[in-house]
Ligand binder design. Sequence first.
Ligand code: PLP
Length: 235
Amino acid sequence: MAEPSVARAAAEVLEALRRAEIRANRPAGSARLVAVTKTVPADRVAEAWRAGLHAFGESYVQEALSKVDRLPPEAEWHFIGHLQSNKARQAVEVFSLIQSLDRPSLADALEQAAHRRGIRVRVLLQVKVGEEATKGGASFDGVMELARRAQEWPSLQIQGLMAIPPYEDDPEAVRPHFRAVRELRDRVEALRLPGVEMGELSLGMSSDFPVAVEEGATLVRVGSALFGERPTRVT
Ligand SMILES: *Cc1c(COP(=O)(O)O)cnc(C)c1O
């Protein structure tokens, strides 16, 4: 059976994104699509590139490394998975945005890796919402702590928050989670902490990204709506 066309799916997702921006009275392009390419082979990622998608989200450093060289150097790679501190060195080389900073020990590792390379690394603080224990993320207090300690990590540019709320059949059920994250963002922003910007909100996946855009998402991470269902990972 032929794989569904990435170009067609991309056009549909982008149109739904634009409609959500309009409903929310937001300017065109204020919510950006990050194509989640975990488990997607490099040739399909290249197809997405040709369809006009230029930011890709990966959950595993090694897997991302196997694809980066097969895409144009202008491609933008975001890390969206659980990052082990011992992968920090490779991660700062590949990813232009690390969306999943959720603990001080990881900030230390990223700081050291970035400092060594003489670069600054853009990061989002991942906050845990809902009951799912497996998804990672700092508590609301943990996010506050990371933001308050930002000056300990001068090579990291904190640019906002990311969250992975639990899946719900009805996307409206996720809206309160998105709101809670936006309100936390507003609280952190109001503190005007040095080294902390809060412009980015990475919320929303295939099942709920239009709601996320209505609630202020600036980045949506969409996988299966672009590439079809993922095989279940056995490792
Ligand atoms: C896999 C994944 C996504 C994409 O999920 P879909 O439901 O396939 O759109 C988004 N965010 C994160 C963190 C992921 O791991």
